[in-house]
Design a protein around this ligand. Structure first.
Ligand SMILES: Cc1cc2nc3c(=O)[nH]c(=O)nc-3n(C[C@H](O)[C@H](O)[C@H](O)COP(=O)(O)OP(=O)(O)OC[C@H]3O[C@@H](n4cnc5c(N)ncnc54)[C@H](O)[C@@H]3O)c2cc1C
Length: 507
């Protein structure tokens, strides 16, 4: 059986859902959106209180090597909305410099001024439109007012100020550095994913077909052109044909799908018995991820209230001697109930802690996504290579020192009795702190860069500035995998903006 569409979008995640919804606004265009996750799920999963960093039914169940020999669960959304349907809803925009560097790398049309209209169009700022913010878009992006801060988050804010950071009102204005409310894609206690914001309103369109439980095995390539996809829908193999295929399967699954389709490093494909359609060595390379480190804090009596929201605000600042503005992000998880993590609870010795965290938001290290099997359901091999560059470790160490200063400042010190899992004398040496950071560092679940955008003259690039796969007609990639560098931000808004920009480019 074969059905024909104008555009097939593979993956209904942050970028893919936005793209499919926008492209299908033209009623003459037949759009098929294929999502490996289920078409329906428990509405309770959309509650913000249901954020979880462990694997859930809406998850791919992947593991990744964080540092050599250390394998961690690596959640990635498998649902309508993709990562945007399972995440913590922190909605930080890329910095203007991030996008300007994409354009400078040979990608006209991707500078801040080009992408800002997409960032505004996707947004519904409850404070109304302004030169930098949009109103009326599919994704509400709200900032907590200081009066709404919990006592715990207020103390973190004041601790940051005591440590010398500025108090700011808006992380997304493009210029601020300092501590302020996290912009979050939330409304009435819900995480507003691209499923809720983009797909639900589009669901009645006759020209938009959305299929869940549809795992795309490979892109079908004929005479140098992508002509459709082979998918497994409700366990039945089906071929769909289209004028254009857009892969939006995310920075882990997009390169895996391209490999299975014969698009990738020729030698590695041949080793897996995959017929090479086009030799593109950069597919799966250049994996960037934000490495995070933590101070696990034993709370004083009464400091943690499990009924309160876990995240409200955070700080962006520049690591000492770093040329990259705002390359550190600091935050606090107000409480963490360890009764759901018995192994960790045993190590720490108490039921509830809170966690201060820092992340390097422009890491130098790069990892990779590869395959060890050509089967559609085989998990990709993910090497995050966190802390693989000494400068990333140095910046994490400086972040930990700043977090300690915040924790021990007057506004915070009465809320804690000490740090867990960190020997007090570790503070005496950068090497010891660096070893601690490497032993506990974890990803923020922000993979990017594995189908890098840039000119074909650099053989490691995969798509051009119009998102077309080099050397092949009819195939584009539009998700976070195309990012030439990872944004200094949580990545959901960037991915949605890529979906919006792709819709403009497809026209
Ligand atoms: C646990 C977690 C917490 C996070 N927290 C935040 C946060 O607070 N703030 C923030 O900004 N970002 C956060 N992120 C990151 C953010 O959600 C992602 O950067 C964003 O979703 C990436 O968008 P994408 O479109 O590139 O990929 P995704 O959103 O991952 O979408 C890819 C989609 O493609 C589908 N797919 C993959 N392969 C196939 C296939 N072969 N066939 C059919 N469908 C396929 C997937 O199931 C998925 O739905 C978090 C992510 C996770 C996992």
């Amino acid at each position: 059986m074969s059905e024909r569409f104008d555009v097939i979008v593979v993956g209904a995640g942050a970028a893919g859902a936005a793209l499919a919804a926008r492209v299908s606004e033209d009623p003459t265009r037949r759009v098929l959106l294929l999502e490996a996750g289920p078409a329906e799920r428990d509405p309770a999963a959309d509650m913000l209180s249901n954020v979880t960093f462990t694997q859930t039914p809406s998850d791919w169940g992947l593991q990744a090597q964080a540092t050599p020999g250390r394998l961690l669960d690596y959640p990635q959304g498998r649902a309508l909305g993709g990562g945007s349907a399972v995440n913590s809803a922190l909605a930080i925009r890329p910095l203007p410099d991030d996008l300007d560097s994409w354009a400078a790398a040979g990608n006209p049309g991707w500078a801040w001024n080009d992408v800002l209209p997409c960032l505004k169009r996707l947004e519904d700022d409850p404070l109304g439109p302004s030169p930098v913010h949009g109103a009326g878009g599919p994704i509400p992006v709200a900032r907590y007012a200081p009066a709404e801060y919990t006592a715990q988050q207020q103390a973190f804010h004041d601790g940051c100020v005591a440590a010398g950071l500025a108090s700011i009102a808006d992380h997304n204005d493009g210029v601020s550095s300092g501590v302020g409310p996290f912009p979050m894609n939330r409304r009435d206690g819900l995480r507003v994913s691209t499923n809720l914001g983009y797909l639900r309103p589009a669901i009645g369109r006759r020209n938009l077909t959305i299929l869940g439980d549809a795992l795309v095995d490979r892109v079908v390539v004929r005479s140098g052109r992508a002509v459709g996809v082979d998918a497994i829908v409700d366990r039945v193999p089906v071929r769909y044909e289209a004028g254009e295929v857009v892969v939006c399967a995310g920075a882990i699954q997009s390169p895996a799908l391209l490999w299975r389709s014969g698009i990738g490093p020729a030698d590695a494909l041949a080793d897996l018995g995959i017929t090479v359609a086009i030799d593109l060595p950069g597919v799966g390379a250049n994996l960037a991820e934000h490495p995070g480190a933590f101070l696990f804090v034993i709370p004083a009596e009464g400091a943690c209230d499990l009924s309160e929201v876990q995240f409200q605000l955070g700080a962006r600042t520049t690591a000492p001697a770093s040329p990259h503005r705002n390359d550190l992000l600091l935050g606090m998880m107000s409480h963490w109930d360890l009764r759901g993590a018995p192994d960790f609870r045993r190590l720490v010795g108490v039921d509830v802690i809170f966690a201060l965290t820092c992340g390097v938001f422009l890491p130098a290290a790069r990892g990779s996504v590869t395959l060890r099997s050509a089967a559609a359901d085989a998990a990709p091999v993910i090497d995050l290579n966190l802390c693989g560059d000494p400068d990333d470790v140095r910046r994490l160490v400086s972040g930990l020192r700043l977090l300690r200063e915040i924790a021990e400042s007057a506004p915070m010190r009465d809320r804690m009795t000490g740090f867990a899992l960190l020997a007090p004398d570790a503070w005496d040496s950068d090497d010891a702190l660096g070893a601690y950071a490497q032993s506990i560092c974890a990803p923020w679940y922000h993979p990017a860069g594995t189908c890098r955008m840039g000119p074909a003259s650099d053989g490691a690039n995969v798509v051009d500035h119009l998102l077309r796969v080099h050397g092949l007609d009819g195939l584009r990639v539009a998700d976070l995998s195309i990012a030439p560098t990872i944004p200094r931000a949580t990545t959901n808004l960037t991915a949605i903006a890529i979906g919006e920009r792709a819709a403009e480019l497809i026209g």
